[in-house]
Design a protein around this ligand. Structure first.
Ligand code: KG4
Ligand code: ZN
Length: 337
């Protein structure tokens, strides 16, 4: 028997709905919220209002794209957290109402686990999926973790950031350079034309498999401030090299700990996930490294890196087959309890 699930993602500033039939995505619709561009970051109150406006049209669009009626759905999966509470409430409330009115079960999904489980979406019959156990470098706007995944239900965080996330480091650096939000894709774009060795910034010395990015932000801030005192056109004249050097520093920090984690655990199945896994430099460094490290490397498709509901539907599928359903008294969480 095949299983069809509606997935809903509303944890931050993307409203997304997806339909999965077993391991195959039939639709993955994402409405970005351009309103935040004017503010240089996500404004929580505006995000929840925009989710409220977008959620019905986005779900309708997903059903039409998948060419199925809502009566053909076996369950509704939604992001319970972590994320912005007001945003999460929109998806959670919709899922509750939909589950009641359609008389189908609802499934709560952890956003970070979903980023990782997106690797199990089957694009075609020959799609390669990670073998267990594998390590996943999960890098987004709010999280930076190295996770050991033993099966679709057992995740162990073996390293994580003690302050800023890698995505936040990209976004904050971009803000210092006067680039728009979100900064990660902007830095990636300008870095293509720059010299990654031109400028060097302070690198953290954090024990074990943990990360820290707040010192890097300060190092960039002070460096740029000092250079602007000498040359007010410093950023404009060096934009590409600055972006390439910042990106190189972040990617280097990320990869060094991943190598260490692989050596410590003797795991050579390596995956990346989350918004920052869209970064072209991170992808190409890892591709260069995989032969040297003898890794089987799993890099997600671009559309499954930044926030999307396909990953929520995929994670929901794994819970469905275990009959792991949520009840109507469920509430979202901003941070993992
Ligand atoms: O996973 P995601 O969409 O949302 C969260 O769960 O946080 O990640 C968003 C983060 C942002 O910080 C954004 O700047 C970063 O991912 N990002 C990138 C790239 N695309 C998105 N960072 C570096 N390079 C990119 N190409
Ligand atoms: Zn995310």
């Amino acid at each position: 028997m095949s299983i069809t699930i509606l997935g809903i993602e509303s944890s931050c500033d993307d409203t997304s709905a997806a339909i999965i039939k077993d391991y195959k995505i039939l639709a993955n619709i994402i409405a970005n919220q351009s309103v935040h561009k004017h503010y240089g970051g996500v404004v929580p109150e505006l995000a929840s209002r925009a989710h409220q406006q977008n959620i019905i049209p986005v779900i309708d669009h997903a059903l039409k794209t998948a060419n199925i009626s809502k009566n053909g759905l076996d369950a509704v999966a939604f992001t319970r957290g972590p994320g912005l509470l007001g945003s999460l409430l929109v998806g959670t409330s919709f899922a509750k109402a939909f589950s009641l009115s359609m008389d189908i079960p609802m499934i709560e999904v952890d956003h970070m686990k979903a980023h990782i489980l997106a690797h199990f979406i089957k694009e075609n019959a020959s799609s390669k999926v990670p073998n267990f156990p594998f390590l996943c470098l999960t890098v987004s706007g709010g999280h930076t973790q190295i996770v050991r995944v033993d099966d679709p239900y057992n995740f162990e965080t073996i390293g994580e950031t003690i302050d800023d996330a890698a995505g936040e480091a990209f976004d904050k650096a971009a803000k210092i350079l006067g680039l728009p939000y979100p900064g990660g894709p902007e830095i990636d774009k300008h870095a293509q034309l720059g010299d990654p060795e031109k400028f060097s910034f302070a690198k953290p010395r954090i024990p074990e498999l943990n990360y820290s990015f707040s010192g890097l932000k300060t190092s960039i801030l002070y460096f740029v401030r000092d250079m602007l005192k000498v040359n007010e056109n410093f950023i404009i004249e060096n934009k590409h090299d600055l972006c390439a050097s910042i990106q190189h520093t972040i990617v280097d920090i990320l990869i060094k700990k991943l190598i260490r984690a692989s050596k410590l655990t003797s795991i050579k199945e390596i995956a990346i996930a989350g918004g920052v896994s869209a970064n072209s430099s991170l992808r190409s460094y890892l591709n260069d490294l995989k032969q040297k490290m003898d890794w089987n490397l799993y890099i997600p498709k671009f559309e499954y890196t930044t926030d999307n509901a396909a990953m929520i539907a995929m994670a929901g599928y794994f819970k469905f087959i275990k009959n792991d359903f949520a009840t109507q008294d469920i509430f979202p969480y901003a941070r993992k309890p």
